[in-house]
Design a protein around this ligand. Structure first.
Ligand code: ADE
Length: 232
């Protein structure tokens, strides 16, 4: 998989990808993340990428031309499945969307700043807009990093245990069950007996019941409405 990120703060993302687990994925050749400075494509001698909004008002707007030139330059190199604009009013990133994007070959992520991008970017250049939550960040970079993390860790070989991405919270529509490790008793705090029993079927059953109960308590919105039949 290849991900190209267009940003006015390339250093922020380069250091993030250089340090995280995603670096391992890059070294293994599972993913190639390239970070591009939007200013490379400005024709303005001061390398400006934003301007005042038509009609007045506070804040600057990112101009369409450098963004168009950046995307066009990338598209001369390869075909992209999606051009994604990170925006607080986009589609909320959730596990199904991360799963879907992890099946793609080439993605462009565009990070906004200031008051956002000229609307013509959204109308003509972007195929999808994604938000990481209902709050406003100073720019799309952290959101792009979050999206990359959620997507790349799903690629085969990125996290050690192949099955563990599948048993994540949300993968089966439930939050994850409790996990314990040694010691079996600490300050009198006991690990549930069933996990020490070695009885695989009973352990699976217990984990499913716990996941269901936790989901009911913490994230009832994930469960189908009452009367739609049992989960799992
Ligand atoms: N840019 C600013 N806030 C954002 C958010 N919540 N999600 C995605 N991109 C953003």
């Amino acid at each position: 998989m290849r991900i190209d990120i267009i940003t006015v703060l390339p250093d922020l993302l380069t250091s993030w990808f250089g340090e995280s687990i995603l670096d391992r994925a890059r070294k293994k050749g599972v993913v190639d993340v390239q970070v591009h400075d939007l200013r490379t494509w400005t024709l303005d001698k001061h390398r400006r990428v934003d301007d005042y909004p038509f009609g007045g008002g506070a804040g600057m707007v990112m101009q369409v031309e450098p963004i168009d030139r950046a995307i066009a330059a990338l598209k001369t190199e390869r075909v992209y499945d999606e051009v994604i604009y990170m925006s607080p009013d986009g589609q909320l990133l959730d596990q199904p969307l991360a799963n879907h994007l992890s099946t793609k070959g080439n993605l462009i992520l565009l990070c906004g700043h200031y008051k956002g991008v000229d609307e013509r970017v959204r109308q003509h250049l972007v195929t999808r807009e994604v938000s990481i939550g209902d709050y406003v960040l100073t720019g799309g970079e952290l959101a792009a990093a979050v999206l990359c993390d959620a997507v790349i860790r799903l690629l085969p070989g990125v996290i050690g245990d192949e099955t563990s991405a599948l048993s994540d919270s949300f993968q089966d529509g439930l939050v994850a069950p409790p996990a314990y490790t040694r010691p079996a008793e600490y300050k009198g705090w006991q690990v549930p007996d069933v996990l020490l029993s070695g009885h695989e079927a009973r352990i699976d059953e217990w984990r499913h019941a716990q996941a269901l109960e936790r989901t009911r308590q913490r994230r009832p919105g994930l469960l189908p409405p009452e009367g739609d039949g049992p989960v799992g």
